[in-house]
Design a protein around this ligand. Structure first.
Ligand code: FES
Length: 113
């Protein structure tokens, strides 16, 4: 079975063995690594973004939903959505901080009164 190692920005590590085809989010949940979700893994929130340090070829190829959400430059950024990327071999994953959605101009207000 493949091994997934998560590393957070402080260098803390978690390693877990998962069945082939498990998602990175499933793997993170097994060891309580900080891969976040607001949508419970349905591909809507993008809070599960992670950066692949090694083993990109051991993950499933991004499908249309993932490309739509994070763009088609994953091969440059190394970023994948944890709920969409399925594990087929050993990988090392860097967890990323939560990225809150930008507020719209209307939500920020115009600054004029
Ligand atoms: S968990 Fe919400 S998009 Fe992946």
């Amino acid at each position: 079975m493949p091994h997934v190692t998560f590393v957070d920005p402080d260098g803390k590590q978690w390693t877990v063995e998962v069945p082939e085809g498990a998602s990175l989010l499933d793997a993170a949940r097994q060891v309580e690594a900080p891969v976040h979700t607001l949508c419970n893994g349905i591909g809507a929130c993008v809070q599960c973004r992670v950066r692949v340090r090694s083993g990109m070829d051991n993950l499933s190829a991004p499908e249309a939903l993932e490309k739509d959400r994070i763009g088609n430059i994953f091969h440059i950024t190394g970023e994948r959505m944890g709920c969409q990327a399925k594990v087929h071999g050993d990988v090392e994953i860097e967890t990323l901080p939560v990225r809150l959605p930008k507020r719209s101009k209307r939500e920020r207000g115009s600054g004029r009164r």
